[in-house]
Write a protein that binds this ligand. Structure first.
Ligand code: ADP
Ligand code: MG
Length: 373
C-alpha cells in the first residue's frame, strides 16, 4: 500500500489556472477526503494523481515512486467514478475480470491476444484461468454480489452497480483507491449504507483511499483527514474534529457543519477573555487575537436556550423565535437577536414542548464556545 505525496501541484487549462499550491501528504492506509464546492478542482486533482491529466508543474509520488512519467495503468491506482462506467453488455463477473485478465495477458507477453480476448468475451466463449476466477469470486463475495455474478450490469440497481465498480477497482489490488463522488447518484438511504460498506472495506484492506466529495457530512463521517478546497486551492487540512472545532476561515466554518458567523470588533482583551462588539451587543470569547475586525463563529449546538432565570452564563442574550424545525432528536430554531438571525440546535426528547414563532427566549453561550477568526 502506498502513501501519496503531492507537492506544489499546479494545473492550467489553456492559460487558466484551475489548481495551485496543492500540497498533500496522505499516509499509507489513510482514508483522505477532498472536500469542496463544485468547480473547486477536486476532480482535476484526482485526475492528476491517476495520470489522466499532466500537471503544469509540481510533483506526485505514490509510495516512493515519482509517477510523473508513468501512464495511468502503470500507477497502480484503482478508480471509482460517480457514473459507474461499467460495460453494460457484460455480466458482473466479466466486468470485474476484464482488466485483471488483460493485465495477465500482458504479463505473459500475450498482448496480441487482448483483442482476441475481447472478441471472445463478446461471444461469451472466454474461459478464465482458475486464479482469476477465484480472485473475482472472492472480491464479489466481499462486496456481497456473489449471487449476481451472471447478471448484466444494466440489470442491477444503482447501489449494486457501484459495488461492481468498487469490486472492479479492488480486484486489481491497487496501491491507492481513488473515488470521485462515488455516492452522488444514489438515494439518501443507500448513500448511508454505501458509506459504511466503503469504510468497512477500506479498513479491512487498509488501502490508501482518496475520496472526493462536495458533501461535508459524507467527508466528516468517513474520512480520517479532510482537505477543504476552494477556487483551486487547499484552505485547510485536518481531522473532522479539527476542522469542526478550529476552522481557519469563515468559509470552512460554514462549509463544514453549520455556523453562526457574525462580524464584530474587538473592544477589550484581559485575563484571557476577549470582548467583541457585535451591533449593540457584547460577547466574550476565550480566543486570543491580534485583530480588531473579527468574525465571531458559534456552532448552533453551542447556544443554549435557557429555561427560567437561574442559568448563569457570561454571554446571555434575549431573542425572539422566528421558526422551529423539528428534526427528530433535535429542534433547530431560527432566532432573532438584535438585528441578527441565529441558528440554534436543541436536543429534543419526547414530551418536550417546541417553542413557537414570536416567543421570547433567553440564550446563553459560554466564552469557550465562541471562536474568533
Ligand atoms: P470539481 O471536481 O471540484 O467540481 P473540477 O476539477 O472538475 O472541479 O474543475 C475545476 C475547474 O477546472 C472548473 O472551473 C472546470 O471548469 C475546469 N476544468 C476542468 N477540466 C477542464 C478541461 N479539460 N478544460 C478546461 N477546463 C477544465
Ligand atoms: Mg468533480
Amino acid at each position: 500500500m502506498g502513501s501519496v505525496v503531492v507537492e506544489q501541484l499546479r494545473k492550467d487549462f489553456s492559460g487558466v489556472t484551475v489548481l495551485q499550491n496543492i500540497d498533500l501528504d496522505i499516509k499509507e492506509g489513510e482514508f483522505f477526503a477532498l472536500l469542496g464546492p463544485s468547480g473547486c478542482g477536486k476532480t482535476t486533482t484526482m485526475r492528476c494523481i491517476a495520470g489522466f491529466e499532466s500537471p503544469t508543474s509540481g510533483t506526485i509520488k505514490i509510495g516512493d515512486r515519482d509517477v510523473a512519467k508513468l501512464a495511468p495503468n502503470e500507477r497502480n491506482c484503482g478508480m471509482v467514478f460517480q457514473s459507474y462506467a461499467l460495460f453494460p453488455h457484460m455480466n458482473v463477473f466479466d466486468n470485474v475480470a476484464y482488466s485483471l485478465n488483460i493485465k495477465e495477458l500482458r504479463k505473459g507477453n500475450l498482448f496480441k491476444k487482448v483483442g482476441v480476448y475481447t472478441r471472445m468475451l463478446n461471444s461469451k466463449l472466454v474461459k478464465y484461468p482458475k486464479e482469476i476466477e477465484k480472485k473475482v469470486m472472492d472480491i464479489l463475495e466481499y462486496v456481497e454480489l456473489t449471487d449476481h455474478a451472471k447478471k448484466l450490469t444494466s440489470e442491477l440497481s444503482g447501489g449494486q452497480q457501484q459495488r461492481v465498480a468498487l469490486a472492479r477497482a479492488l480486484v486489481m489490488e491497487p496501491e491507492v483507491l481513488l473515488m470521485d463522488e462515488p455516492l452522488s447518484n444514489l438515494d439518501l438511504k443507500l448513500r448511508h449504507t454505501m458509506r459504511n460498506t466503503i469504510r468497512r472495506i477500506q479498513q479491512d484492506l487498509k488501502i490508501t483511499t482518496i475520496f472526493v466529495t462536495h458533501d461535508q457530512e459524507e467527508a466528516m463521517s468517513m474520512a480520517d483527514r479532510i482537505a477543504v478546497m476552494k477556487d483551486g486551492e487547499i484552505l485547510q487540512i485536518g481531522t473532522p474534529t479539527d476542522l469542526y472545532s478550529n476552522p481557519k476561515t469563515p468559509f470552512i466554518a460554514d462549509f463544514v457543519g453549520t455556523s453562526n458567523i457574525l462580524p464584530g470588533k474587538v473592544v477589550a482583551s484581559d485575563n484571557g477573555i476577549t470582548t467583541v462588539q457585535i451591533g449593540n451587543q457584547q460577547i466574550k470569547s476565550v480566543t486570543q487575537t491580534d485583530k480588531t475586525d473579527v468574525q465571531v463563529i458559534i456552532r448552533p449546538e453551542n447556544i443554549n436556550v435557557l429555561n427560567g432565570g437561574s442559568d448563569d452564563y457570561d454571554n446571555a442574550f434575549e431573542g425572539t423565535i422566528q421558526f422551529a424545525t423539528y428534526l427528530g432528536n433535535t429542534v433547530r430554531y431560527d432566532i432573532k437577536v438584535g438585528e441578527h438571525q441565529l441558528v440554534v440546535d436543541t436536543t429534543y426528547e419526547s414530551g418536550d414542548s417546541i417553542k413557537r414563532s414570536g416567543e421570547k427566549v433567553r440564550l446563553g453561550v459560554s466564552p469557550e464556545r465562541v471562536l474568533l477568526i
